[in-house]
Each structure stands twice: as structure tokens, then as C-alpha cells.
Design a protein around this ligand. Structure first.
Ligand SMILES: [Zn+2]
Length: 308
């Protein structure tokens, strides 16, 4: 690795456990998650959920072998009604992974739930949707993929595990953590670990490898929230700590950055779909229509005269 900071902040590091058919990713979000959360003023429980969802989007999205987006979306009926985290891979951006996200919640209901409500407690009931949208060129044909699971368990990771069980059916270990650090270096940090057994389901290799996989699974599950989010513990060192008995090969990490894809053109394109009367209702005292991007909170002021 050329960059001494690579493997500390904002990366997704692919790895392979030697001697076992296991492969995975380690993700850590530092400045990126603070930039994303910094454009909102979410209460801590909401920020924590969005952090986990962003780590999940980065873990899954950075495995895409083509340009496109992977979106993690959770919809609920409780204090938290919507969480969106998306990852974009664009080969024009030197392979950097681009992240954005937002949440919608009801502060009054949230206030009744105590200091640290669970994901399930905040969503009440709902579902998680994973969408993979390939960015295709005119001569390519790739379909959009969507998988849905009901929200279950206490955490975002619990629902994501349910997704892997039902959609991918590959033995998977998944850990997601979001922590708020006080004092020096105060801020949010998130991290995630995904390890998957690669032997084909039902194959002889899977039977032969069962013992190895059970051990890798147990080792992966020892990871703590402090370890996965600690910028002073490099990705290499953490993977070595977990899997040194079997041996682990860590590959060059991919850099993650915050992004937003909003623009005045996109906002205008949305607004022109409304009827004349609806648009008239949206006009503010300054004579303009105000539209705020949900992802980055950018405010656009659009002249209704220009909307045809
Ligand atoms: Zn935006």
C-alpha cells in the first residue's frame, strides 16, 4: 500500500482467509460518516442506525464488479419511518466508492422510546430492501435486482443477516457497529465485517470445509465494536488478529468518500411533473419554490416561471 493512511479511515478492504473457502470485506467509516451526518442534526439513536446502514451499503456495494449503485433501504411504521444508505461504484472515479444516506423520523414518538431504543423498537414493523442498479451502457443488458426481508431482531445487522439467509443462501458472518466517540477525536465512527463461505451450497466442498468454516465463523464473531471502528488499529492488523491461525491475505483497500448526486437540473425535472396548482401551492413568500435535498440538505430555490 502506498498511502500510509490507507486502511485507517474510510475504506473497504477485501480479504481471503487462507486454507478455508472464506472471503470477506472489512469496512471502516470515519470522516465520511461525520460528513454525511454533519449535514443533518439527527438524534443519536437515528445517527447510529444510519451509520450501520452506511457500513452495510459499503460492505455489500464494494463487492460490485460493475458500475452502478447498491441501496439499503428500511421502511418502518414507528419513530423511524425511512433509512436510506447508498453506495455508488463508478469506474470514472478511480474506483472510489461513493456513499450517501438519510433518515426520516418522528421526533415526538422517538422521544417516548428512552435513550437507546433498538432498530426494531424504532421501526416497530417494516422491511429492508436491498436494490442493485447496474449503470448500463446502451449495448449492455443487466437487470436491476431487488431483495426484500421483514425487519427482524434488534439491530440493522440482524435484518441484514436475514437478507443473506433468504436471498444469497451463502453461509455469512456479518457485524455492523456505529459508535460515538467523546473527547479528543470526538465524532462518529462506523465499521463492518462481512465473511462468506464460498463453497457452493450442497457441494462436497461445503461438507469437507464444514469444520474450517465453523472455526472461521467463531473467530469472525469475536470482533468487537471498538476493534472494527478503531482508527488506530489498521485493517491489516485487525484481520491478522482475527484470522492469524489460518492465515489471511488482505488486498489493497478501496477508498470511500461522501457524495451526493443532486443538482438543480434534477430538482427541476422533478418539479415539472407537478400540476400548475400544486406548484402554485409550493411557492414561498420570496416567490421561489424551495426544495431541500434529503441526502445532503442542499437548498435549491427554483423560479416557478421557469417550470413551463
Ligand atoms: Zn444532495
Amino acid at each position: 500500500m502506498n498511502n500510509p493512511d490507507a486502511g485507517k479511515h474510510d475504506f473497504s478492504m477485501p480479504f481471503q482467509v487462507e486454507g478455508a473457502e472464506a472471503r470477506g470485506r472489512l469496512v471502516r467509516l470515519g470522516p465520511v460518516i461525520n460528513e454525511i451526518l454533519g449535514t443533518h442534526a439527527y438524534p443519536d439513536p437515528v445517527a447510529r442506525i444510519l451509520g450501520d446502514a452506511l457500513a452495510l451499503a459499503a460492505l455489500m456495494g464494494s463487492q460490485l464488479k460493475f458500475d452502478g449503485t447498491l441501496t439499503v433501504q428500511a421502511r418502518g411504521k414507528g419513530a423511524l419511518t425511512m433509512v436510506v444508505a447508498d453506495y455508488e461504484h463508478n469506474s470514472d472515479e478511480d474506483g472510489v466508492g461513493l456513499l450517501r444516506g438519510y433518515a426520516q423520523f418522528d421526533p415526538d414518538i422517538l422521544g417516548l422510546l428512552g435513550k437507546s431504543p433498538s432498530f426494531m423498537g424504532m421501526m416497530k414493523q417494516g422491511y429492508m430492501v436491498i436494490t442493485i442498479d447496474p449503470k448500463t451502457k446502451p449495448d449492455q443488458k443487466m437487470n436491476r435486482y431487488q431483495g426484500v426481508v421483514p425487519i427482524e431482531g434488534k439491530t440493522v445487522a440482524d435484518s441484514a443477516r436475514a437478507y443473506f439467509r433468504s436471498s444469497e443462501q451463502i453461509p455469512t458472518v456479518l457485524d455492523l457497529s456505529t459508535v460515538k466517540v467523546e473527547g479528543q477525536d470526538a465524532g462518529w465512527r462506523a465499521g463492518g465485517l462481512l465473511v462468506q463461505h464460498l463453497a457452493a451450497p450442497g457441494s462436497q466442498a461445503m461438507v469437507d470445509e464444514k469444520e474450517n468454516w465453523t472455526r472461521i465463523e467463531a473467530l469472525a464473531n469475536t470482533i468487537s465494536a471498538d476493534e472494527v471502528t478503531d482508527p488506530n488499529l489498521s485493517g491489516h492488523d485487525l484481520l491478522f488478529r482475527l484470522f492469524h491461525e489460518d492465515g489471511v491475505i488482505a488486498y489493497d483497500p478501496q477508498t470511500l468518500q461522501r457524495t451526493c448526486r443532486c443538482s438543480e437540473e434534477k430538482i427541476t425535472a422533478t418539479l415539472v411533473q407537478f400540476g400548475k396548482d400544486e406548484l402554485a401551492d409550493m411557492v414561498e413568500p420570496d416567490g421561489m419554490i424551495h426544495a431541500t435535498c434529503q441526502f445532503c440538505s442542499a437548498l435549491y430555490k427554483v423560479d416557478p416561471q421557469g417550470l413551463g
